[in-house]
Design a protein around this ligand. Structure first.
Ligand SMILES: Nc1nc2c(ncn2[C@@H]2O[C@H](COP(=O)(O)OP(=O)(O)OP(=O)(O)O)[C@@H](O)[C@H]2O)c(=O)[nH]1
Length: 619
């Protein structure tokens, strides 16, 4: 059946075949981390303890990449191309940032785009996230990095990127060797967090490398075997501030800003290294978060929709899992991405702010056999509100476990009243026995499919702009035309170009802009990258003003006015930007420019605008 993901082993095959044929366009559908059994919950909570902010010294210094795995396996191929990697973390003058130097040696590749082997190097200031846990944020890559307890002389980094929807789990060492027992612990930790195993990357001495300066310029080569040990086994004291970057894979000149954009720069750590192996941005993605108390059946519901069956075994979700399914609605392929969030507070706390970003719709779940889970709903609604998800974002209410008819504690009438009071449709269903209750008190209980398809239809009908994209690699011009909200969906559309359906994407490619592979990395995701030549800042301005799109210029926009002095302006090249809708932002006409400056300084380069004439169409 189309749309039902393959089993994990099949998925790998599928990945390989589609990589060559369609540049991974359909891989996302099938590469889902339907998790393997994780160690017991208690063990996991011990194994996944994070480093606290006070332990910052433990992460400083130089680190060599030993082993790594990913969660959304879309980025698995990224790791296949890394031959070696190191990073150095140092303090900066202030207490809010660290400096991250990082280098990768990438293998040559033929598919999908031929590339020579090369070394990439970048330096970026990362922002420490305030809070109890030790965590930093790379604004230019929209990634967050936190650290877990691990062996001495090891660093265990959990990276997540909400925009590109993936997570990575990397083990680094001071040396190139880590004891087998420590590696085993790492793999257990990976299992607890539902990462794919075996790990995609494992350190390989034969692929170690050094940088060799030559007359003709920078060149990175593999380490000759006779010298390999002496260079790579040199260890750095824990917490030492390494003044000079290590010799491996250096380039003499720091990459230009443009280079950094092209190569992915800091984004490399978060996965956009081999962006050439990415699909063209044809499929829309709807991000739907599923929330509710622990044990109400969120995992089972999302699994059932994506895999077509009830899971044999589930564990409490830690952080968030996401599952995807490609569906076709009115001839358009749409990827429904379900974010299955943890119901247990202790497994949620560090992730909450991440999964509430850029949400298109919310599914609230309670258990019809558990009145407490129903009573918790107002708290879940309130949490959504606190994360700026109001009634304008489509929401539905699901009462699960209707198969347990003898134990029902929450009647349909009460649930319906609640749903009405909060303007949500109500579905009562069973993830377990979808077909067993026809004619029973729960009407047709096979609603699991209908639930998510209803949301997808609703989101699809709230199309804010019609995007017509040039053929891949052709450059060309994108036509923006006023989309019509045809009404009738009750979703709060307020005019032809304005929708309140949450963030919606906009892709602009200027006429003389040839998308680079790494730019397409972003195009393939929920917030497509907008590539604009410097001459076309005017276009960005116009689109922002007329549609109230939010635009983020990638690079070092957080320090500067986002369009007047963006880092790429001076080079005859590209302004790299993402654009999306920010319906909640209201800025008056007069205050717009000032607020733009403020926003870009306060929020990693995000400038938000709202046009006073919000119903105006682009054309
Ligand atoms: N009888 C019955 N049991 C269900 C149904 N859905 C889920 N369960 C069971 O309820 C338990 C919890 O299910 P999960 O899907 O893991 O719950 P969750 O909401 O994801 O829990 P957290 O991850 O802790 O937030 C499991 O034992 C499931 O087998 C259902 O429709 N009927």
């Amino acid at each position: 059946m189309s749309g039902v993901p393959a089993a994990p082993e099949q998925s790998v095959d599928l990945l390989l075949s589609t990589m060559t044929e369609t540049h991974l366009a359909v891989v996302l559908v099938s590469l889902l981390s339907f998790s393997t059994a994780a160690p017991a919950e208690d063990k996991c909570s011990q194994l996944t303890r994070t480093l606290t902010a006070e332990q910052i010294d433990q992460i400083l210094g130089r680190w060599i990449f030993i082993e790594g795995t990913v969660k959304n396996d879309f980025f698995g191929p990224v790791l296949d191309h890394i031959e070696s990697m190191w990073m150095v973390l140092n303090r900066t003058a202030d207490n809010q940032t660290l400096r991250l130097d990082q280098a990768n040696r990438l293998a040559a590749q033929q598919q999908p785009v031929p590339m020579k082997e090369r070394c990439l190097r970048s330096t970026v200031n990362v922002t420490l996230v305030s809070g109890k846990d030790l965590e930093f944020h790379i604004p230019t890559a929209a990634s967050y990095h936190r650290f877990l307890q691990t062996c001495s002389d090891c660093l265990l980094m959990h990276t997540y990127n909400n925009e590109n929807h993936f997570q990575m789990f990397y083990l680094f060492g001071r040396n190139t060797t880590v004891a087998a027992s420590d590696l085993n612990v790492f793999r257990k930790q990976a299992e607890c967090l539902r990462f794919s195993l075996p790990s995609k990357f494992q350190y390989d001495t034969s692929k170690a490398y050094i940088y060799t300066p030559s007359e003709s310029g920078s060149k990175c080569e593999r380490q000759p075997s006779s010298r390999r040990r002496s260079v790579l086994l040199s260890s750095f004291p824990r917490g030492a501030a390494v003044k000079e970057p290590p010799p491996a894979c250096e380039v003499t000149q720091p990459p230009s800003r443009l280079d950094m954009a092209e190569s992915g720069s800091a984004a490399e750590l978060s996965g956009s290294l081999t962006s050439s192996a990415l699909p063209p941005p044809r499929t829309r993605i709807f991000k739907i978060i599923v929330i509710g108390d622990s044990g109400v059946g969120k995992t089972c519901l999302t699994f059932r929709f994506c895999a077509g069956r009830f899971p044999e075994k589930t564990e409490a979700t830690i952080g968030v899992d996401f599952r995807e399914r490609l569906v076709e609605i009115d001839g358009e392929k749409i990827k429904i991405q379900l974010w299955d969030t943890a119901g247990q507070e202790r497994f949620r706390k560090s992730m909450v702010q991440h999964y509430y970003r850029n949400v298109h719709a919310v599914v609230f779940v309670y258990d019809v056999t558990n009145a407490a889970s129903f009573r918790s709903l107002p708290a879940w609604i309130e949490e959504c509100k606190q994360h700026a998800l109001g009634t304008e974002v489509p929401r539905i209410l699901v009462g699960n476990k209707c198969d347990l008819q003898d134990s029902v504690q929450v009647g349909t009438d009460v649930a319906q009243q609640f749903a009405d009071a909060h303007s949500m449709p109500l579905f009562e269903t069973s993830a377990k026995s979808p077909n067993g209750l026809r004619g029973g008190s729960y009407r047709d209980s096979d609603h699991v499919e209908a639930i998510f398809m209803t949301v997808a239809h609703k989101l699809k009908s709230q199309k804010p702009l019609v995007l017509s994209q040039p053929a891949e690699g052709s450059g060309g011009t994108v036509t923006l035309s006023g989309g019509r909200n045809d009404g009738g969906d009750g979703g709060g559309g307020r005019g032809c170009c304005v929708t309140t359906a949450g963030p919606v994407v906009l892709l602009m490619i200027a006429s003389h802009f040839t998308p680079s592979p790494s730019l397409r990395t972003f195009c393939s995701h929920e917030e497509p990258f907008c590539g604009l030549s410097a001459q076309n800042t005017e276009t960005v301005h116009r689109v922002v003003m007329e549609t109230s799109w939010t635009v983020r210029v990638l690079g070092q926009a957080h320090t500067e006015n986002w369009w007047a002095t963006n880092p790429y302006q001076s080079s005859p090249g590209i302004i790299a930007a993402t654009a999306w809708k920010a319906p909640e932002t209201h800025i008056t006409n007069e205050g717009r420019q000032n607020q733009a400056d403020d926003a870009s300084q306060d929020d990693g380069g995000i400038g938000s605008f709202h046009h006073p004439m919000e119903n105006k169409c682009l054309s």
